[in-house]
Design a protein around this ligand. Structure first.
Ligand code: ASP
Ligand code: MG
Length: 414
């Protein structure tokens, strides 16, 4: 095996306690002894980020963003120092670095900081001395010199960005599942681990409910062509490779995802005339609401309904925005429904296979599941259904599209 230069990121469960930290250190030590060069990115131990956020809300109703970031990034700082100690203990020279020390310059949007530039001088210097750099994930420093946090799941972004600027061979994201699956294995025990998935497919998956890796990191990896490997820090098996190359498996459908984090809003009885949708969605955008699916009905007598989905967490804000516009839009009423879920089929092969949508709708119909909204992209079809039907929908779709089978053994046309 040839030697590799790799950025390895370990998530919270992988480094949840001293034993786990020692297991990971042992893995890194063995890699280094084979001649590989390794840069580590570590996230906070276990559920520490959640605990720190809870503490913040225990001491203040609306904690200042600067202080929240100072607090949360302490989780990663602690974890990477412990990891460097565990490596030293095994005779592997290692040094921990905060995001700032690793050269991550960001804007000053606290808890959602964007990377502006990376000057990884201290990391390359450490590597040149044969020292394993252990970098705190999801953090950097703003132009004002304040510590910033990239947001939840931001350590994946740190890892991909470092792999790019250091020109590493690839980036490995270690987590508690052995790769990317054709469906959530907790809902579908037969779900299949994919050997390969394309950036485009994985992006659609993360945008429609697949929790890992973080969407922002997948986007960054696609932009810079950073090859990603999603692997388990518990089984250490090969996992899933994410590349820009044409998937080798040629599956029509790769995965079915689900998402119960959104709610549906309907503004009914609005005039069907130019400017109405623009006014409504501009107002929502100005309130930073992330609107997802949008459906406008055929108008009757010049009047129509507009439905759209928003994150449940933004439901109250969205409702206020829409209610405030009732008179201006000439609407009858604004209603909200938070018992919906979205199931999606993702697959690059659906672009050239006209039967996929029909089969998806037939499969849901056969299971007695009503479809309330539909949206599509070139490689995704999503249906909004009742939340109570979600698990069953995932199971029947996975079965209908034979996602448990090797792609070569599935139907070649739908
Ligand atoms: N520890 C942070 C979080 O849980 C950052 C990360 O793990 O990526 O969101
Ligand atoms: Mg975490």
């Amino acid at each position: 095996m040839s030697v590799a230069f790799v950025v390895e990121k370990f998530g919270g469960t992988s480094v949840a306690g001293p034993d786990r930290i020692r297991v990971v250190a042992d893995h890194v030590a063995r890699r280094c002894s084979r001649g590989d060069r390794v840069v580590l990115v570590i996230s906070a131990m276990g559920s520490e980020t959640d605990q720190l956020l809870r503490m913040a809300s225990d001491v203040a109703a609306d904690p200042p963003g600067r202080e929240v970031d100072m607090l949360i990034t302490g989780g990663e700082r602690k974890a990477c120092a412990l990891m460097a100690m565990a490596l030293s203990d095994l005779g592997v020279p290692a040094a921990s670095f905060t995001g700032s020390q690793a050269g991550f310059r960001t804007d000053s949007t606290h808890s959602d900081a964007k990377i502006l530039a990376i000057t990884p001088g201290r990391i390359t210097e450490a590597l040149a001395r044969g020292v394993v750099p252990v970098v705190g994930g999801s953090q950097g420093v703003s132009g004002d010199g304040d510590v910033t946090f990239f947001g939840r799941g931001g350590s994946d972004t740190t890892a991909v960005a470092l792999a790019h600027v250091l020109a590493a061979d690839y980036c490995e994201i270690y987590t508690d599942v052995p790769g990317v699956f054709s469906a959530d294995p907790r809902l579908v025990p037969q779900a299949r681990r994919m050997d390969v998935v394309s950036f485009d497919e994985l992006l659609e998956m993360t945008a429609s409910g697949c929790p890992k890796p973080a969407m922002r990191a997948v986007e960054l990896a696609r932009t810079y062509g950073v090859e990603l490997h999603v692997r388990s820090a518990f089984s250490w098996m090969p996992g899933t490779t994410v590349t820009g190359e044409e998937a080798m498996e040629h599956a029509i459908i790769s995965a079915v995802t689900h998402d119960a984090s959104e709610a549906k809003m309907t503004v009914s009885g609005v005039a069907d005339k130019p400017g109405v949708a623009g006014r409504l969605f501009r107002a929502l955008a100005d309130t930073e609401v992330n609107v997802d699916m949008i459906v406008q009905n055929v108008s009757r007598e010049g009047v129509t309904d507009i439905s759209f989905t928003v994150p449940k967490l933004q439901l109250d804000a969205s409702r206020s925005v829409a209610v405030a516009l009732i008179d201006e839009l000439g609407a009858d009423e604004v209603s909200a429904d938070d018992s919906i879920a979205r199931v999606s089929l993702i697959g690059a092969g659906m672009q050239t296979n006209p039967g996929v949508a029909a089969r998806m709708f037939e499969t849901l119909a056969a299971a007695g599941i009503n479809i309330e909204m539909i949206s599509t992209s070139a490689i995704r079809i999503s249906c909004v259904i009742r939340a109570g039907d979600m698990e069953r929908a995932v199971v029947v779709l996975h079965e209908s599209f034979e996602l448990d089978k090797d792609p070569a053994d599935r139907a070649s046309v739908y």
